[in-house]
Write a protein that binds this ligand. Structure first.
Ligand SMILES: [Zn+2]
Ligand SMILES: [Zn+2]
Length: 120
């Protein structure tokens, strides 16, 4: 089954509302299923007891009990991040050219496929 998603939907899905970056170590709040980087939401809950997005109240005694690791969301992020990685490679290549730094023996910087990304 295929779902129709446009790019902004996907970006919203994999962007952490707290740091505005791609979600690292995806963690969702069990009450409302909003997703954040683990480090972002844990830090936020040190001084707040609600979801940063929808303001759902999270029990103050043990906020981390309401956090769920979300490997499937993280999987989506890593599948999409190779594009980001490729852009970064290009940026490095341009930087090296401008500064006349030689990149090993290859003519172009190798573009990694998702398979080449390190397992996390
Ligand atoms: Zn974050
Ligand atoms: Zn929420």
């Amino acid at each position: 089954m295929h779902h129709q998603l446009n790019l902004s939907d996907i970006n919203q899905l994999i962007t952490c509302p707290l740091c505005q970056g791609y979600i690292i170590d995806a963690t969702t709040i069990s009450e409302c299923l909003h997703a954040f980087c683990k480090s972002c939401i844990v830090k936020f809950l040190e001084s707040n007891f609600h979801c940063p997005v929808c303001k759902s109240i999270i029990h103050s005694a043990e906020p981390t009990r309401y956090l769920l690791h979300d490997p499937s969301l993280q999987d989506i992020v890593y599948k999409l991040v190779p594009d980001l990685y490729r852009n970064e490679c290009k940026r490095v290549q341009i930087f090296c050219e401008e500064n006349e730094i030689e990149i090993s023996s290859q003519d172009t910087l190798p573009l990694l496929s998702p398979m080449d990304l390190p397992k996390l």
